[in-house]
Design a protein around this ligand. Structure first.
Ligand SMILES: O=C(O)CCC(=O)C(=O)O
Length: 332
């Protein structure tokens, strides 16, 4: 999982150079490609099963009968055909679209990401603040529509609201060496270790000390379980959706935040404001600039913003006088 720029599944993108509305053009190619890529995983599984079947057959035959006889040769040939067949059909299916497809080098992902369908933002004039929302209604209106929203009443019973602090995270990570993903923003920190090694006066934003703002993802299972003791899965998420196990934590000083960018993660995310206030500025995808508007919302302590960070360019700024601490995750 990588937060920074955006592009489709498996690093494969559809180039925009195809003739519009023809069989070879991006929309059809993309749909077809997604179906091919999805199938590829199933196909891979099937080939492995065919191979395992042959191995199993050879194993259960009595030892004397294991010497390759005509039946075994036929069986092996059948196994090979069975394994190769799905790959071959998949390859043939993808032929008409090959000229529309290209492997995307990491550095150009953002430049050549597939165009968004601007219906995700055309109707959105502001970011609503809602409460007491039923998960079915949430699913219908917000969960997967690309419409950003702030839910104001979802952290009520979270002990995270009192427990999370710089000192809490410092203690939690004291024996942890590995940072999953770390964003130093404008600080000179190289790692989370550097963050927790800063002086307590700087950490507590005392006057005369240098401001700081960092973000990181947690992929340590033990720490993940501890964090989950302090918050619940937001009640409004669709019943069938899973919250990703990776938590994202952002923390730091007023006046700081993340620069404008778009992510390349799997799913939309929620982010809970545990302490402080943060202003979010969202810009529609570049191709929707003329049909959609730029949005702004300030998320207060206790509120949760739900946003598809793969679609909306976003930038943040801490506007409270005290430290801002947030925790969030993706949901599928
Ligand atoms: O919370 C922040 O300051 C930045 C969040 C962000 O950029 C993200 O979730 O992609």
């Amino acid at each position: 999982m990588e937060r920074s720029s955006g592009i489709g599944k498996d690093g494969v993108a559809v180039s925009g150079s195809c003739v519009s509305k023809s069989k070879h053009c991006p929309e059809q190619a993309r749909d077809e490609l997604i179906s091919i890529l999805t199938k590829r995983e199933k196909v891979h599984g099937r080939s492995i099963s065919a191979f395992r079947l042959v191995v199993f057959y050879v194993k259960i035959r009595p030892f004397r009968a294991r010497i390759p006889g005509p039946r075994l040769v036929i069986l092996l040939a059948l196994g090979a055909i069975l394994s190769a067949y799905p790959y071959a059909t998949n390859f043939v299916r993808s032929l008409p679209y090959r000229r529309c497809l290209m492997q995307q080098p990491g550095a150009t992902k953002n430049l050549f990401r597939p165009a968004e369908d601007c219906s995700i933002c055309q109707e959105v004039q502001k970011i609503e603040k809602i409460s007491n929302i039923d998960s079915t209604l949430f699913e219908e209106r917000y969960a997967y529509s690309g419409r950003p929203v702030v839910v104001t009443d979802a952290t009520k019973n979270w002990t995270a609201m009192q427990a999370f602090s710089f000192a809490f995270f410092k203690e939690l990570y004291k024996d942890q060496e590995f940072d999953c993903q770390f964003f130093p923003y404008k600080t000179g920190f190289q790692s989370l270790r550097d963050v927790f090694d800063m002086s307590m006066s700087r950490a507590l934003l005392e006057s005369g000390t240098e401001p700081w703002y960092v973000g990181w993802s947690n992929c340590d299972e033990n720490i993940g379980s501890i964090l989950r003791e302090y918050y619940y899965r937001p009640y409004f998420l669709p019943d069938t959706s899973e919250s990703e196990k990776t938590d994202w934590i952002f923390m730091g000083s007023p006046g700081y935040g993340a620069p404008m960018h778009v992510d390349d993660v799997k799913y939309p995310s929620w982010q809970a404001q545990i302490q402080g206030r943060k202003k979010w500025t969202l810009e529609p995808p570049r191709e929707c600039q003329y049909s959609c508007t730029r949005l702004e919302v300030t998320v207060d302590s206790g509120e949760i913003i739900v946003l598809d960070t793969n679609k909306w360019y976003h930038q943040t700024l801490i506007v409270s006088e005290d430290i801002s601490i947030t925790i969030g995750a993706e949901y599928d």
